[in-house]
Design a protein around this ligand. Structure first.
Ligand code: NDP
Length: 282
């Protein structure tokens, strides 16, 4: 049976460290603050934003949720981003994705002051990550690395396979694993013989968005399996991209959904925000 990687417990540990850093900054008269822009009424986004605000409170950090109506124009969104960029009392700014379809996501993200870009999505930060000079790492992949390290999984020289190549998870995940000296393969919807590739993975990261897609026969016995997927099933429950019940019998380590990568994403957001506040204080 695989060792269960407890994302909630590890995230609590990370947040405790963030709370200490926040307390130290407050002694210098700086109150770390995160602003979240939420456009529209997407129910999942509402939950994520609420969880982020709750985490800020738990860390002793200020949070501002800026709610904008569904019909917000690109100009209005950009004006709001610029207003927050100019506000010295706010250290981190994130735009909750996805934005309504009529808005240009890439253009909005590139308006965020890269020093306040605690999601790590600005092209400046993406470029810094590519060249190994990043000061802010995208939260979900950074959280996955932290889960692996804190669980004692050997990264150096490991064969790592990432399923998914999105800009927010798959690609940065591959770069971070490479930085940790893994040999990395990235798979996607056009990959041939996916199961044969994943069967060679000492570390398998699934970021696909398809419930229970990764089956036991795709997993190398003893592998560390990190499940990024969050999929809502018809009965309302959540499932990852990995068929957990099958996979835990084969894997060496596995993250559950919920309670694995999700809490770590938020913990890393807190870490990025306090680091941004520290950097801006200098
Ligand atoms: P995207 O939809 O942007 O990317 C999905 C990737 O999976 C694509 O690269 C796609 O390939 C690939 N893919 C789709 N079908 C297959 C297939 N049959 N075989 C192999 N690869 C396939 O999703 P995200 O990266 O944004 O998110 C992935 C999952 O992670 C989602 O469930 C999302 O909800 C979750 N998520 C969880 C977070 C957390 O905090 N835990 C944070 C962010 C996301 P192609 O490029 O060829 O289309």
């Amino acid at each position: 049976m695989a060792i269960l990687i407890d994302g909630k417990a590890i995230a609590a540990d990370v947040k405790a460290g963030v709370a200490e850093k926040c307390a130290a900054l407050k002694e210098k008269g700086i109150e770390p603050a995160l602003a979240v822009i939420l456009v529209g009424e997407d129910p999942a986004s509402q939950v994520y934003v609420r969880n982020k605000a709750r985490a800020c409170k738990a860390c002793g950090m200020k949070s501002h949720v800026i709610r904008m109506p569904e019909e917000t124009t690109q100009e209005e969104l950009i004006a709001k981003i610029r207003e927050i960029n100019a506000d010295d009392a706010i250290h981190g700014l994130l735009i909750q994705l996805p934005l309504p379809k009529h808005l240009d996501e890439a253009a909005a993200l590139s308006e965020v002051d890269w020093k306040k870009d605690v999601d790590g999505f600005h092209l400046m930060n993406a470029g810094a990550l590519l060249s190994g000079q990043a000061s802010v790492l995208p939260c979900t992949p950074a959280g996955c690395i932290e889960l692996l390290k804190r669980s004692g999984v050997e990264l150096k020289g490991a064969n790592a396979v990432v399923i998914g190549r999105s800009n927010i998870v798959g690609k940065p995940m591959a770069l971070l694993l490479l930085q940790e000296n893994c040999t990395v393969t990235v798979c996607h919807s056009k990959t041939k013989n996916l199961g044969e590739i994943t069967k060679n993975a000492d570390i398998l990261v699934a970021a696909i968005g398809r419930a229970k897609f990764v089956k036991a026969d795709m997993i190398k016995p003893g592998a560390a399996v990190i499940d990024v997927g969050i999929n809502r099933l018809e009965d309302g429950t959540l499932a990852g991209d990995v068929d957990f019940e099958e996979a835990e019998k084969v894997a060496g380590w596995i993250t559950p959904v919920p309670g694995g990568v999700g809490p770590m994403t938020i913990a890393m957001l807190m870490e990025n925000t306090v680091r941004a506040a520290e950097a801006q204080a200098k």
